[in-house]
Ligand binder design. Sequence first.
Ligand code: PEP
Length: 251
Amino acid sequence: MARKALIAGNWKMHMNAAEGCQLATDIAGQMQEYTDREVLLAPPFTILRDVAAALEGKKILLSAQNVCWEEKGAFTGEIAPNMVQDAGAVASIIGHSERRQIFLENDEMVNRRLRGALAGGLMGILCIGETLEEREADRTFNVLETQVRQGLQNVSSSDMAKVVIAYEPVWAIGTGKTAAATQVQEVHSFLRELLAKIYEKELAEQTRILYGGSVKPANVDELMALPDVDGALVGGAALDAKSFGRIVNFR
Ligand code: PEP
C-alpha cells in the first residue's frame, strides 16, 4: 500500500490570531488539489480555533505542538488532548527537539505524551533526532533506536496506525544545514527496519516517516524522491506562504 505523503508546518511560538489566519488562508491559496498527500499546520494552542475557522472547507489538517498525557486536572500550564481536539486539531507533535532540549522532556515523558495523544484520538507525530555531538561520536543509530523504542513503549500495533515518525537531526533544525540525501535515506531505512523488528514488516511499510531539518523549496523535491521519506516537518519555511506552498506542491 502506498503511503500518503504528509507535509507538516510547525509554527512554533509565532503568529497571533490575525497573522495566523492570514498565513493559513494564503497557504490554502497556494495549494493545488491533491489525493496523494496531506497537509497539516501546527499553530500555537491559542490560535488553533481561529485558524480552524479560517480553514473551514479547506483540505488542511490542524495539529497541536504538544499535549499532556492526562485528560484533566491539576497540571498548570499543560493542555489536554481533548482540549486541542475541541479547538480543531486532529494531531499533535510530540517530543520535538526544542521540547527535549530546552524544556528537558525525556523519553519517558515523550512516551506518556504520545500515549495520551493516541488515547485521546489524535494522530501523534513522534520527533526523534541525534545531536551533532552524537553524530560525530558515531552514536546516531543508537540514539535513534533508544528514542524510538522508548517513545513507542506500550504503543500497540493498532495505535501505530495513528503514529507518524519525524526524523529531525538536531543539527539541521533551524540551522539552514539539511542532512544530505544519502544520510536521510540511510536513517529512514534504518528506522523502517527497526519498526519491522519492534512490530512487523507490514506495519513498518505502512508507517509514515517524515524528515525535518531546514526543508525548503530548493531541497524538497530531492528529499521527497527518496524511497523511505514520506513527508516533511517544516519549521522556518512554514512561516512563509509561498515557501510552504512550494514545499506542499513538491514534485
Ligand atoms: C522543526 O522545527 O521541526 C524544523 C525542522 O525547523 P526548520 O525547518 O526551521 O529547520
